[in-house]
Ligand binder design. Structure first.
Ligand code: SF4
Length: 359
């Protein structure tokens, strides 16, 4: 099907209504279809209150299911990791990962925005994989919907939230290197006739593409997370190579102008690598960079993967590092690891199933 074929995950109510009216179908049917979609049901055959002839028309006229579930891993703590294959378009046959992280009061989906990544951060497993292309808005939103459907079909342990309340763009790829797909997906996820997520419940993580962060602030102003990983240019040039283009001083000015609502803050992510960025002087460097009124630091343990030359700092060292940051007036936390029994590095599930990808 050509790329212009309407996509069910992102189609707007007004456009679906017009399309259906052109088929001679009353407008209220569009609302019914979107109610199914918003619950994660994308296969028209499962839309039980829709007449069979209309279900068939939907299947043949729209791209309804841009993703096919290839593999799912469930952790004992409720975390689920998914490997999806793209079913249409330029990236047909390629695969991406998503993760569902349930907690007592919230359920978060971590989504991918690209197949592979061009930015080559040397500690990142996705960065070692070939860049294949950008996901469309529909392929990004479909990850959220597919996870919704999965937890609806097979609920989690009762004490955990079995619904999607938060979305984070922290999976494979640099979201701001795919502005078109990401902006479309943000507009769709926050659409009052769509999944209706508040911007306050969406977080986009970027390695620091300055003009794109500025544009995001103008268009969507969702929560922002920055992959900092080093607070001096020499080291960050290596760990986050986009720093050579947008060095820390430029990033600093950009973060200061990013629009934040009340009670919101920017998260500075810092993956801790033994002997590389967890030295005593790194505490002072971070303290010199952070805007304490608007930012907090999230220390992340490193998930190793085959072929990686880095090792992660011990939990004891991370806790000590956090304490030192806190003593300097910085809000610092150590990210609690979830799904440890399944949670290899991002991109590893895809790497293990590479032979399933279509060339
Ligand atoms: S850390 Fe993010 S930006 Fe860097 S290579 Fe990995 S996916 Fe790309």
């Amino acid at each position: 099907m050509p790329q212009t074929t309407p996509q069910l995950p992102t189609i707007r109510l007004e456009n679906l209504t017009l399309l259906m009216q052109s088929w001679g179908v009353p407008g209220y049917r569009a609302k019914q279809v979107l109610q199914w979609r918003n619950r994660g049901i994308l296969d028209p055959a499962m839309m039980l209150n829709i007449p069979e002839s209309l279900r068939e028309r939907l299947s043949s006229s729209l791209i309804c299911e841009p993703l096919k579930l290839v593999q799912r891993q469930c952790s004992t703590d409720g975390t689920r990791k998914y490997l999806f294959m793209l079913t249409s378009g330029r990236l047909k046959g390629k695969m991406v990962e998503s993760v569902y992280i349930p907690e007592e009061k919230r359920g978060t989906v971590c989504i991918s925005s690209q197949v592979g990544c061009v930015l080559d951060c040397p500690f990142c497993h996705t960065g070692t994989q070939d860049f294949e292309g950008n996901l469309t808005g529909s392929e990004i939103v479909a990850q959220v919907l597919a996870v919704k459907q999965d937890i609806l079909k097979e609920p989690l342990i009762p004490e955990l939230k079995a619904s999607v309340t938060h979305v984070v763009y922290m999976g494979m790829g640099e979201p701001l290197a795919n502005e078109e797909g990401v902006h479309e997906s943000l507009s769709s996820l926050t659409d009052p006739d769509g999944p209706k997520l508040s911007k306050r419940r969406i977080t986009l993580s970027t390695s620091g593409l300055v003009p794109q962060i500025d544009r995001l602030g103008e268009i969507a102003s969702v929560n922002l997370a920055i992959s900092l990983h080093a607070a001096e240019n020499r080291l960050r040039d290596t760990l986050v190579p986009i720093n050579r283009k947008y060095p820390l001083q430029e990033l600093r000015r950009c973060l200061n102008r990013y629009s934040l609502g009340k009670q919101r803050h920017i998260t500075l992510e810092y993956v801790m690598l033994t002997g590389i960025n967890d030295r005593p002087e790194d505490v002072d460097l971070i303290a010199g960079f952070v805007n304490r009124d608007r930012e907090r630091v999230n220390l992340i343990s490193f998930n190793t993967y085959p072929g990686s030359s880095y090792t992660g700092s011990s939990m004891q060292h991370m806790n000590e590092f956090a304490k030192q940051l806190i003593s300097k007036g910085i809000r610092a936390t150590v990210r609690r690891s979830r799904g440890q029994d399944i949670m290899a590095a991002c991109g590893q599930l895809k790497a293990e199933n590479r032979d399933l990808e279509e060339k």
